[in-house]
Each structure stands twice: as structure tokens, then as C-alpha cells.
Design a protein around this ligand. Structure first.
Ligand code: GRF
Length: 203
């Protein structure tokens, strides 16, 4: 039996699809138990529903307090009996309430080599800064913004004629690979967090 995963997403859902494909190919020992979105129109919800995965839109505007909205997310995650929460293009900052009440670890994928270029438009920030390599980071989520312990990173070159779109596309290929690898390491119980360091057992 593999791990049960909750995915939170706000948009396109390509990372969700990549995780679903890795599961289907036996590269992740687990299953997606529930997909949650703050956006009713998120493609991620469609991808999940097409695959028969329970998928819910939870509207933040329907709650007076952020904590009430997040309590509903946590309730659905608990009901689905999940051991890992994966943020995959989830465009809201989780509050300390969510992080401290989550009954399992939370992972995120960020399209930059953290700690450089946190926040929105990591790829654009990298391009504007003029770096020669860019990439993506899978990390555990803590109470800060893109500041949790780093699980793994993948690097791509920045080319002279790159636009935000071409660089983002190159990084996205690596994101899909990196997220599945990180989830599988977690599913295998191989991630050991020592302060800011995440050690991979058996390497
Ligand atoms: C990805 O670039 C991810 O790194 C960032 O948001 C984007 C989500 O894309 N956090 P998708 O919805 O998974 O296609």
C-alpha cells in the first residue's frame, strides 16, 4: 500500500498530471486521494475528475476568516486519510494555522532555484536578474514564503535568446520530473529532515 496524497492546485494542473502519470507508471508508490482548489475553473479539477479522483472547489470567499477556509481544506484532507499534502500551483499562501494543524507534511514545487527568486514569477525574476542557470525546487512548506527545507533541485541553462515563456517551458519539464522524484522518496520513507537539511537515506 502506498501513501495517500492530497493535491492543492489553482490552475493548469500540469504538475498534478505529471504526478498522476508517475503513479500510473509505477514511479510513485501511492495514490492521489483528493484534489482541492480555490478556483472553480481550475483545469486541475477537470484532470482529477476525468481520472475519477475526488476533486472539490473550496471557495475562500465563502468563509469569513482565512482560518475557517483552511479548516475546511484540512477537514477534507483528513477525511481522505492523506499522509502528504502537495501544493501544485496553489496560488494562496497557507497561514501558520494550516501548517501547524496539518496532520502530515506539506510539499511545494517552486519554479526557481531557492532561496533565489521566491514568490511570484520566479522564472521572470531569474531572467531579469541575468542568471546563467535557472531551475526548480521541491521543498517542505513552513510558515514562511518558499522558505522551507529543500528536498531537491534541478537546474537548466538560461539561453541568450530566452523569453519568460521559453525558460518557463524548459523549467517545467524538470518540475514534472523533480516533483515525482521527491514524492517517491517521501513515499519510500527516505527523507530525513535535520534542521534545514533534508537528507536522502540510502544515497
Ligand atoms: C508551476 O510552475 C509551479 O512551479 C508553480 O506554479 C506552476 C503551476 O503549474 N508553483 P501547473 O498548474 O502545475 O501546470
Amino acid at each position: 500500500m502506498g501513501i495517500r496524497i492530497a493535491v492543492l492546485a489553482s490552475g493548469r494542473g500540469s504538475n498534478l498530471l505529471a504526478i498522476m502519470n508517475s503513479i500510473a507508471e509505477g514511479k510513485i508508490n501511492g495514490e492521489i486521494a483528493v484534489v482541492l482548489s480555490d478556483k472553480a475553473e481550475a483545469k486541475a479539477l477537470d484532470h482529477a475528475r476525468e481520472a475519477g479522483i475526488p476533486a472539490y472547489h473550496v471557495n475562500p470567499k465563502a468563509y469569513e476568516q482565512k482560518a475557517d477556509y483552511e479548516a475546511e481544506l484540512l477537514c477534507l484532507i483528513e477525511q481522505a486519510d492523506c499522509q502528504l499534502i502537495c501544493l501544485a500551483g496553489y496560488m494562496r499562501i497557507l497561514s501558520p494555522y494550516f501548517i501547524s494543524h496539518a496532520s502530515c507534511p506539506v510539499m511545494n514545487i517552486h519554479p526557481a532555484l531557492l532561496p533565489s527568486f521566491p514568490g511570484l514569477h520566479g522564472q521572470r525574476q531569474a531572467l531579469e536578474y541575468g542568471v546563467k542557470v535557472a531551475g526548480c525546487t521541491v521543498h517542505f512548506v513552513d510558515e514562511g514564503m518558499d522558505s522551507g527545507a529543500i528536498i531537491l533541485q534541478k537546474v537548466v541553462p538560461v539561453l541568450d535568446d530566452d523569453t519568460e515563456d521559453t525558460l518557463s517551458a524548459r523549467i517545467l519539464v524538470q518540475e514534472h520530473q523533480a516533483y515525482s522524484e521527491a514524492i517517491q522518496l517521501f513515499a519510500q520513507g527516505r527523507l530525513e529532515v535535520c534542521g534545514r537539511m533534508v537528507k536522502v537515506k540510502g544515497e
